[in-house]
Design a protein around this ligand. Structure first.
Ligand code: PLP
Length: 413
């Protein structure tokens, strides 16, 4: 009898009871807007900004409506010009090129390696070819490039780095928190990320003028003085009049449920990594399955796991995914020709113009991906890992005996 998994890959943990209690307090006060305070009160949103600033170790922090909004705002506040090229990873999620387009820029995709990080040779080449002034660096699925080498390439080409830390909140490179290498960094508190307020995000930077522009852009009106985690008032003297208001604030209700979660973030990062280790242990040394190499300097937070199936062609991958799915293990595949659910490939962002990335294509064709929600027990993770291993071995046997299944029409749903 084959064992079947019975959990859900999309079930998050409940919001902690103290966070719910705080949210109820905010709702009872009626003061959900961050600038609706009584004398002497500091809004929940401003308190959250102070706490997140201190957690990350940045000079300034702004809480906003989403991670995508943080990225658009960072690019605009950093001075991106209309129609200017912006470098970004080809292996990323659609809000990243979307933020570049939203800020008026043109995404230029950079190859990814089979360890799922940006390819530094291609980065140097595309920086030189395009003259791009910005890299929107996506630490996609929590994989962190060699940040010392990356920053050296970017310095050499005068490229400013804005980090997309949607999957690296709580992670670090050689002891430096993810988001502390570039000019600015963006985080998401959307339900599937490392803290959950439904929607939400942060922008952090040490650059006072950038953050003053970002604060006005976010819709601070002339109330920027209510941002204790923002730059000093004099920074705003001209910026407050020269910068448009493009509303995208965070509200006190979300801030109230995030503050208690921030206090638990590091403990949760440990729990994610325990789950990753439990699945990875089952996949190690399985013929045909390759886990990306993670250098010692990468202090990752594995809220998901990725692996490559380099020996399988598209038909074999479908056979393998179907065997996993029969046992309720839902694996996302980046090689599917049609974009599906959250998974998409750079070709499906046609507004960016046709771009060819053969190295990334090869990686995506082999790339499998799975969330590791904290609702999974370690036992669940071992079971999932063993189902993946057994399915991969069955597919190998089917290839050898010429008995691969005919593909079901799975990508046309
Ligand atoms: C989720 C995500 C974002 C955007 O965050 P939102 O808060 O949903 O706008 C950006 N980058 C990556 C890699 C993401 O996964």
């Amino acid at each position: 009898m084959k064992r079947v998994f019975h959990g859900s890959f999309t079930a998050q943990e409940p919001i902690p009871a103290d966070a719910i209690a705080r949210a109820v307090d905010v709702m009872q006060s009626g003061r959900l807007h961050r600038y609706n305070t009584v004398p002497g009160e500091t809004a929940e949103t401003a308190l959250l900004e102070l706490e997140f600033r201190d957690y990350i170790g940045a000079r300034y922090c702004l809480a906003v409506a989403s991670g995508g909004y943080a990225m658009v705002t960072a690019l605009r506040a950093a001075g991106l010009r209309h129609d200017a090229p912006v470098l970004t990873n080809a292996f990323t999620l659609s809000p990243v090129p979307g933020a570049i387009a939203g800020a008026g820029g043109r995404p230029v995709f950079v190859e990814s390696t089979d360890d799922l990080v940006i390819d530094l040779d291609d980065l140097a080449q595309k920086a030189a070819e395009t003259g791009a002034r910005f890299l929107l660096l996506s630490h996609m699925r929590g994989h962190i490039a060699d940040m010392d080498a990356l920053m050296a390439v970017c310095r050499a080409h005068a490229v400013a780095v804005i980090e997309d830390c949607a999957h690296t909140m709580g992670a670090a490179w050689n002891g430096t928190k993810s988001g502390r290498h570039g000019l600015a960094a963006c985080y998401s508190t959307q339900t599937y990320k490392h803290m959950n307020s439904g929607e939400g995000g942060f922008l952090v930077s040490d650059d006072a003028e950038l953050m003053a522009r970002a604060t006005i852009l976010s819709g601070s009106y002339m109330l920027y003085g209510r941002h204790p985690a923002g730059p000093p008032a004099e920074t705003y003297r001209d910026i407050r009049l020269d910068t448009p208001n493009c509303s995208g604030r965070m509200d006190n209700l979300r801030a109230a449920i995030l503050r208690p979660q921030l206090a638990r973030l590091d403990a949760n990062c440990v729990r994610w990594n325990e789950r990753y280790a439990a699945v990875a242990e089952e996949l190690r040394n399985v013929p045909g399955i390759r886990l990306p190499q993670r250098p010692a300097g990468e202090q990752f937070v594995a809220s998901s796991i990725q692996f490559l199936v380099p020996d399988f062609d598209a038909r074999a991958v479908r056979d393998f995914l179907a065997r996993c799915l029969e046992r309720n293990v839902e694996i996302k595949w980046f090689g599917a020709p049609e974009p599906f659910a959250f998974t998409s490939r750079y070709e499906s962002w046609r507004y960016a113009g046709a771009q060819r990335l053969p190295k990334t294509d090869r990686v995506l064709d082999q790339l499998c991906d799975m969330r590791l929600p904290l609702t999974f027990s370690l036992e669940d993770c071992r079971l999932i890992g063993s189902i993946i291993r057994e399915s991969a071995l069955e597919t190998r046997a089917a290839i050898a005996s010429g008995s691969l299944r005919e593909p079901p029409a799975m990508e046309v749903s």
